[in-house]
Design a protein around this ligand. Structure first.
Ligand code: INI
Length: 158
């Protein structure tokens, strides 16, 4: 039996792309900083001159899939991370945005065979989003760790 697992400890050779939504940027910038902190502590160069990290900003979570697809066409990445914050409002727009973002991201990942971590917070209100973006816990850190695990795992499986 072969037991495949992605390492959490060494990420220095991973090439990572991040696609991130500006909508609700009070939240998404916090998630991004948690995510970058995690990547940095695991050996990834997150400086402006980094050759192993690219970041693409889009207007909202609805645009995350098309940007992820374009990024994957442009260069070779081991893993992508899609970051956004969709907060339930008075309209049904919430449901459309989250449905298209989640379907789109999984389609791109499955077609490209490059893992895309689904780092889109979905909450009922801003308070819940703030709690998950750093007031209580910063889920960006978890998304970074999941990216390292999946990036290393997929390398082993190829
Ligand atoms: N985009 C988000 O990332 N989060 C939201 O909560 C949101 N809401 O609620 O409207 C949102 N809308 C914008 C959408 O993602 C697109 O950018 C826009 O519709 C243009 O295509």
């Amino acid at each position: 039996m072969i037991n495949y697992e992605g390492s959490f400890t060494d990420a220095s050779s991973l090439k990572v792309g991040i696609v991130i939504a500006r909508f609700n940027d009070l939240i998404t910038t916090k998630i991004l900083s948690g995510c970058l902190d995690c990547l940095k502590r695991h050996g990834i160069d997150v400086s402006e001159n980094s050759k192993n990290l690219d970041i693409v900003w889009v207007p909202g979570s609805f645009e995350l899939p098309i940007a992820a697809k374009a990024l994957l066409n442009k260069s070779r990445y081991d893993v992508l991370i899609a970051l956004g914050a969709v907060i339930r409002g008075e309209t049904t727009h919430y449901d459309v945005v989250i449905s298209e973002a989640s379907k789109g991201i999984s389609n791109v990942a499955n077609k490209s065979e490059i893992p895309i971590i689904f780092g889109v917070l979905t909450t009922d209100n801003m308070q819940q989003a703030l709690e998950r973006a750093g007031i209580k816990n910063n889920l960006g850190w978890n998304y970074g760790l999941q990216a390292i695990e999946m990036g290393n795992l997929m390398k082993k499986l190829k």
